[in-house]
Design a protein around this ligand. Sequence first.
Ligand code: PIT
Length: 236
Amino acid sequence: MPEIQKIGSFEANVSRKLGDGGFGEVFRAKDQSEDPPVECAAKKIPLKSKSDVEVVEHEVDVLKAVSGHPAVIGLRGFHKDERFAWLFMELATGGELFDRLIDSGNLSEKACWPYAKALVEGVLHCHNHGVIHRDIKLENIMLSAEDPGAIKLIDFGLAAQMKAGADGKPVFEKLYESVGTKSYRAPEINDKSGYMGPPVDTWSMGVPPLRICPECACAPTAVPALALPPMPTPPL
Ligand code: PIT
């Protein structure tokens, strides 16, 4: 018998794990407030300290800011009690792009193109809404089982959110935390003097095509280029 946990209008099937990546435990769930109920994903986050609560609330704010783009995972609901927070998100049933690579080996440039295009569009949407993802990598790109070219960018746990200016547009300021996954990190992430957000996402979104598609990497020129000294960052 599946073990079902009821959380508000949602039902999480804690016997059916969708993923257990760096982003925590994600289960299959249903949003029962819809008729018929809508399948979704539920991320369960243990709350052990006050800082855990702050981290989750930041992630929810970020997800609310970026929800609504086809290439970005959408937030359907959020619940929190003393012990756990639950994020209910759109369902992406195709697994990680990372696993797709493991299953089928390298992709051709033609096969890679729809993913790369959707990734650029999704990241641009985030930036337009003042959100810098800071951990774009194959493991954080989910695929859709129904729509073979579609991707969903997930895991905004390391994201930074820029404040909005008087015109409502984000004001991009320097960031200082050296976060992200090493082989996807822009070199300036380690600069003590800080770095601008959008370029570090631009760097890391270039890496997945290089990893899944030898034609995109067009070795041997691309690989030594990655070993060049860091580019100077323009003054603010
Ligand atoms: C899955 C399947 C699915 C969604 C997810 C994972 C979402 C994970 C996720 C994790 C985060 C976040 C946003 C999305 O901020 O449909 O295996 O930390």
